[in-house]
Ligand binder design. Structure first.
Ligand code: SF4
Length: 396
């Protein structure tokens, strides 16, 4: 069976973007029982719509139920799990053995995936979860490729691994720096990213160290295009992108990059240098921090840490399409970054190569000609060379 590409979704719009831009499966959290409580999580109505939309494209839907639960968190949980089953959600992702057992009992049609919050990094933990008859293990981001190869030799159930996104300076899900310093619970989605702050070190009244980052600025982000061939070769079930808080443009660009690599591997039996170059281009569109290969090459040294504020935020995202008129070949676009008449823009095509075109003219909502687009969120009408839809992105 082909390895799936699994994308995050912070809301319905981002879920639809992920489905259109090539995810095989999407995951998100409900309003309750999930980490990332601050993301605009899905209501029950949203979950129903999300499943119907994804399934209409043949894509799967996983709902995170991955809190580290206190007693009170079990109030209403049975009913919630039954609802997810009724809506035909494909799986829940949970970190708690108790929730895993409860789900198997009250909503047996739901698959149970063991969350990365369990930090499964070895064959022994793998064997343990297999004995619990769970349906999938999401390994910890801290697993090395060598360890993964050993785990895959004994794996009797599907294995999911991370390929892209933010890393914790700590083991994922085992950090309370944010809880201690800000009273915001990292295991309930409230992490204030305290490991990325600038700290001064005192001994009594003596300032020992100034303008230094005691924890550095946290970890670089994970990005692993050059590991995709190796991950596909060991037959992992799923390649997961982190980032339920990320924008739709981020999701589309990252999916384009990894989709290209995975499809090329299945078509040609390998990932070529040319494929990697193309994928790097898409991954760079959405990059906002320096990146590294995570733990795959081995436990990272200081090169895996950020020590300065240099970011690589890109201004390449120009606009997203709001609507398209096939008769006139005109699109209404929402401006995100500066561009002008006679600039060359690129339509990020969800199903193939990007399409370049030059903006000949554009008009505002009063039908007045506009020479320079420099008002974020302004709606403009332009001619485009191919059919687009409301999920299409335009960039430079
Ligand atoms: S404070 Fe840093 S290490 Fe801790 S959970 Fe948040 S991002 Fe992870």
């Amino acid at each position: 069976m082909r390895t799936e590409l699994l994308a995050p979704a912070g809301d319905l719009d981002r879920l639809k973007t992920a489905v259109i831009y090539g995810a095989d499966a999407v995951y998100f959290g409900g309003k309750q029982f999930s980490l990332r409580a601050r993301a605009s999580n899905f209501s029950l109505d949203d979950i129903k719509e999300a499943v119907e939309f994804a399934h209409s494209y043949g894509k799967r839907v996983y709902v995170t139920v991955n809190i580290i639960p206190h007693n009170s968190d079990f109030n209403g949980l049975e009913e919630y799990l039954r609802k997810l089953e009724e809506f035909n959600v494909d799986a829940i992702i949970c970190a708690s053995q108790a929730i895993c057992d409860l789900c198997k009992r009250v909503a047996p049609k739901l698959e149970v995936h063991i969350s990365t919050q369990q930090t499964t990094l070895n064959s022994y933990a793998m064997a343990y979860w297999t004995s619990k008859k769970v349906d999938r293990i999401v390994l910890g981001r801290e697993v090395t490729y060598e360890e993964l190869q050993e785990i895959m030799q004994i794996a009797e159930i599907p294995v999911e691994v991370f390929i892209h996104g933010g890393m914790c300076a700590n083991f994922s899900g085992r950090c309370t720096i944010s809880n201690v310093l800000t009273n915001r619970d990292a295991n309930r989605g409230g992490c204030a990213q305290s490991c990325r702050w600038n700290y001064h070190l005192y001994h009594g009244d003596d300032l020992l160290d100034k303008d230094e980052y005691l924890f550095s600025l946290g970890s670089k982000d994970m990005s692993t295009p050059d590991y995709i061939e190796r991950l596909l070769k060991v037959n992992v079930a799923s390649l997961k992108i982190e980032g339920r808080m990320k924008t739709a443009y981020y999701i589309a660009s990252i999916l384009k990059g990894y989709r290209l690599l995975i499809d090329s591997y299945y078509e040609n039996g390998k990932v070529s240098e040319e494929d990697l170059k193309k994928a790097d281009y898409y991954l760079s569109l959405a990059a906002n921090r320096d990146t590294f290969n995570g733990f795959y090459p081995g436990v990272p040294d200081e090169k895996g840490q950020l020590y300065n504020f240099i970011t690589t935020a890109s201004q390449s995202f120009i606009a997203n399409v709001r609507s398209y008129d096939a008769e006139t070949s005109e699109a209404i676009i929402e401006v995100r970054n500066h561009f002008e008449v006679n600039d060359e823009l690129v339509i990020m095509n969800p199903n193939g190569d990007d399409v370049r075109f030059t903006v000949k003219e554009m008009f505002d909502e009063k039908n007045e000609p506009v020479e320079v687009a420099n008002k974020p969120m302004q709606l403009l009408r332009i001619k485009v060379p191919v059919a687009v839809n409301e999920y299409t992105f335009i960039h430079k």
